[in-house]
Design a protein. Structure first.
Length: 225
């Protein structure tokens, strides 16, 4: 029994999630922090969120009848594009009531993760960086490579616009902005701007996100009977 408890504790530390047992509703809190680690293992000095831990955690939450809602707390610099998009797609497809809140930053692939929940919040001091798809390492300068980047970027843009109120042309303009970042292309937006653009649903803090999730739970029929 002790070994099982230690294993559960270790898994909780790996995924950075927690469940509050003594509350109005049983909420699962999932944190997405640091870099999204996908197909390649990042260095030991990097704080990462591993998608091989997050994916089974989401499956467990979705099938657990006792878990009534999911709160996703985001403070990420981005990371592996396909891994981040895969997590975002899974969250968007959940029947469980979901609310996300961006604290600190929701940069790069963190943007699709933020909008993947059924309702999204951002604190006033948080920021989000919107930029084109990038790749590390050697890149072949051929038309096929550019075509691949364009297709990947379109997938991200369509996901964001499908799951938020942002206008596609506005999003593309923010991505391709060359006048704000000194050594990069893109735009950094703060909390109020993210809401004004329709990228995030609401400006607020943890209490606001919890109230929204509680209301969503109470207004939603049981997902599994």
């Amino acid at each position: 029994m002790k070994d099982i408890e230690e294993k559960d504790k270790s898994e909780t530390q790996d995924t950075g999630d927690s469940v509050s047992q003594n509350s109005k509703h049983l909420i699962h809190c999932l944190s997405v922090i640091g870099q999204i680690e996908g197909h390649y293992v990042l260095g030991e000095t990097n704080k990462t969120t591993k998608y091989e831990h997050i994916i089974p955690a989401l499956v467990a939450i979705e099938q657990d009848r006792s878990v009534e809602g999911l709160l996703i707390i985001l403070n990420t610099v981005g990371g592996d594009v396909e891994a981040g998009l895969a997590i975002a797609e899974l969250i968007a497809g959940m029947k469980t009531p979901t609310v996300s809140i961006v604290v600190g930053g929701g940069h790069s692939i963190g943007v699709p993760l933020a909008v993947s929940a059924k309702h999204s919040f951002i604190v006033p001091s948080a920021s989000m960086t919107i930029h084109p798809v990038r790749m590390n390492g050697t890149v072949l300068g051929v038309p096929q490579t550019l075509s691949y980047f364009e297709k990947m970027q379109d997938r991200i843009i369509h996901f964001i616009t499908d799951n938020s109120r942002v206008i596609e042309s506005d999003l593309r303009n923010l991505m391709m902005n060359t006048e704000e970042l000194v050594l990069d292309v893109g735009t950094v937006i703060e909390g109020e701007d993210a809401v004004r653009l329709g990228l995030i649903d609401e400006l607020g803090g943890l209490g606001d996100a919890m109230d929204c999730l509680y209301k969503m739970i109470e207004d939603t029929k049981m997902r599994y009977t």
